[in-house]
Design a protein around this ligand. Structure first.
Ligand SMILES: [Zn+2]
Length: 323
């Protein structure tokens, strides 16, 4: 198909590209990337803590930019207040590249009515958000977010991952997985990469820092998946202090190219502009801490080359594409 782009959008690169809310970019143009975070998020599980203030999101992006940040991957999936229509303006005004997500979280984050409504053709929903745009007219999503459960996968998780695998095959998009308390990594890989035949390097496992089982980390990296160590600034994570050594163990075992880092701001109180660590923490305190253990060169790779590879997809060569 001929590659068309409106005059105000960048022309899509021919090979692997990262699909931002302002258009497709070459992976090398991604820059310093927060590989898992949220500008907008709403869930019945976090009442009163919604990330739903566009001006606070803009301020957080400016603070991240001032700390040297260039790109944010927002892992907020369908139906959780991701405010996709706001994202292009926020990206343009802040100068920070933003990738939005499609996909579905655990059932507990939704009403039964919503799950029934989208359940009939989940893969179709994911594909259309990745290729046509979110809500039909919004920016296109650049990744698929799904979720496992605590040390296992329920029916909803299996159904969602099956749809994600189908959408992955159709578009080439990466699948980012919320692991409940960091557990279930190998169950997820058995399903996604075993049963459903998703290439392991299209899978990004999130929250592994919450379960510092280095044997499981190594097995997941050895299978070829990306490991995202996110949310090092969340006070309720008793495992935060294990993160640098866990990452170092992976790097020592030869898996430095599988490691991603992110902030995972999920509540209004956690934003830096509200006095919390927020997105800048990743590039100030957390990067500094990782550099002490791993050296600056490796940490720069975790923030640039690795996310550039993990989130790039061969959109044009995948079976389903439009525009
Ligand atoms: Zn998250």
């Amino acid at each position: 198909m001929v590659n068309r782009a409106p005059a105000d959008e960048p022309v899509a690169p021919a090979s692997p590209a990262i699909r931002t809310v302002l258009g497709d970019i070459a992976p090398a143009d991604l820059g310093i990337c927060d590989a898992h975070d949220h500008l907008f998020l709403r869930s019945p599980q976090l009442p009163g803590q919604e990330l739903d203030d566009a001006e606070a999101a803009a301020a957080e992006l400016s603070a991240f930019r001032a700390a040297g940040g260039a790109a944010v991957i927002q892992w907020t999936p369908y139906g959780m207040g991701r405010r996709a229509a706001e994202l292009p303006r926020l990206a343009r005004e802040s100068g920070v590249r933003i990738v939005s997500a499609t996909g579905l979280h655990q059932a507990a984050h939704y009403s039964p009515e919503l799950l029934t409504r989208v359940g009939a053709d989940l893969a179709g929903l994911f594909v259309s958000e990745l290729t046509e745009g979110i809500g039909g007219t919004g920016p296109r999503a650049g990744m698929i977010k799904v979720a496992g459960g605590f040390h296992g996968l329920d029916r909803h998780a299996r159904q969602t991952m099956t749809a994600a695998a189908e959408a992955q095959r159709a578009t080439g998009a990466a699948i980012g997985v919320h692991l409940e308390l960091g557990t279930g990594a190998l169950d997820v890989l058995d399903l996604l990469c075993g049963t459903l035949a998703v290439p392991p390097d299209r899978v990004i496992l999130g929250h592994l820092n919450r379960s510092p089982d280095l044997v499981v980390h190594r097995a997941a990296a050895g299978a070829g998946a990306y490991l995202a160590f996110d949310g090092p600034s969340r006070a309720h994570h008793a495992t935060d202090w294990r993160l640098p050594e866990a990452v170092a163990a992976l790097a020592d075992a030869g898996f430095a190219d599988r490691i991603l880092v992110g902030g995972d701001t999920t509540t209004a109180g956690a934003r830096s502009v509200n006095g919390g660590p927020g997105m800048p923490y990743l590039l100030c305190r957390h990067r500094e801490r990782l550099v002490r253990t791993l050296g600056a060169d490796l940490v720069t790779r975790f923030l640039t080359a690795n996310p550039a590879r993990a989130f790039a997809a061969d959109w044009a060569r995948a079976p389903h594409h439009s525009r």
